[in-house]
Ligand binder design. Structure first.
Ligand code: KIV
Length: 258
């Protein structure tokens, strides 16, 4: 039987790979019906805790949210973001990845970086840890404004090099964040593992977005974010109705008490 990872990889050039983020069980449970991969992203730092950068997210936060997400997933691949400063060398990376996998029962981890983390990725893969790569814009390293990647030929060459290095190091797929469209197309063609785009065009093998963004829970005005539904409006509707019924004593009626 194909492992979950081989199954995801076998979609390359056949059908799109559907990926979303989750930080808790109830959301994960609904996503799981449609997704191939659910990422517990360190974006939870800005989305849930209002942090200015993902650098403030720590391992314990990732573990606690991931344990909750685990409860909601039956079929999708579950990947956990390794937060900033938890994989500065291969020994630290292995120790922390083992802790995350052991405590959350996730299927693998995501690390940001290209050539700089080559040795770390090789070591983790050698130790049988499944790694999802992440290049292009890497929020753990960004200072100031987020811009897209692949403007200059130098940048194009570096990103292509990084994609190939990660492929050779053994990652099972690579997230391309805000990578210029023609470059995403070339990379997707030139590597044999799937590319998962975020703001990187439909040439990628799959797409990922932050779930809170697509549901309209955040106020994101990032170019690549599309609001597919406005959950905030639904929440307001439900809460207003609850308030009105409590005031009018329509709720709780006998059916709802003991
Ligand atoms: O932290 C995150 O949520 C991510 C993705 C959206 C790729 O890294």
């Amino acid at each position: 039987m194909l492992s979950k990872i081989s199954k995801l990889q076998s979609k390359k050039n056949i059908s799109k790979i559907i990926c979303l983020t989750a930080y808790s069980k109830n959301i994960a449970e609904e996503l799981d019906k449609y997704t191939d991969l659910i990422l517990v992203g360190d974006s939870l730092g800005s989305v849930l805790y209002n942090y200015k950068t993902t650098r403030k997210v720590n391992l314990q936060m990732m573990i606690e949210h991931s344990k909750s997400v685990r409860l909601g997933i039956k079929k999708s691949l579950m990947i956990v973001d390794m937060p900033y400063n938890t994989y500065r060398n291969k020994f630290e990376a292995l120790k922390n990845c083992k802790k995350v996998i052991g405590e959350t029962k996730c299927d693998g981890v995501k690390l940001e970086g290209g050539i700089k983390i080559k040795k770390i990725v090789e070591y983790l893969v050698e130790k049988k840890i499944s790694v999802l790569g992440h290049i292009g814009i890497m929020p753990q390293s960004v200072r100031g404004k987020f811009k897209y990647k692949g403007k200059s030929q130098k940048e194009k060459n570096e990103i292509t090099r990084d994609a190939k290095i990660l492929e050779n190091a053994g990652v099972f797929a690579i997230v391309l964040e805000c990578v210029e469209s023609s470059l995403s197309r070339v990379i997707t063609k030139e590597i044999s593992i799937p590319t998962i785009g975020i703001g990187s065009s439909y040439y990628c093998d799959g797409q990922i977005l932050v779930t809170d963004d697509i549901l309209g829970l955040t106020q994101s005005n990032i170019r690549f974010v599309k609001k597919f539904v406005n959950i905030k409006a639904l929440i307001r509707k439900g809460v207003k109705k609850f308030k009105a019924e409590v005031i009018s004593k329509k709720y709780p009626s006998k059916r709802y008490w003991y």
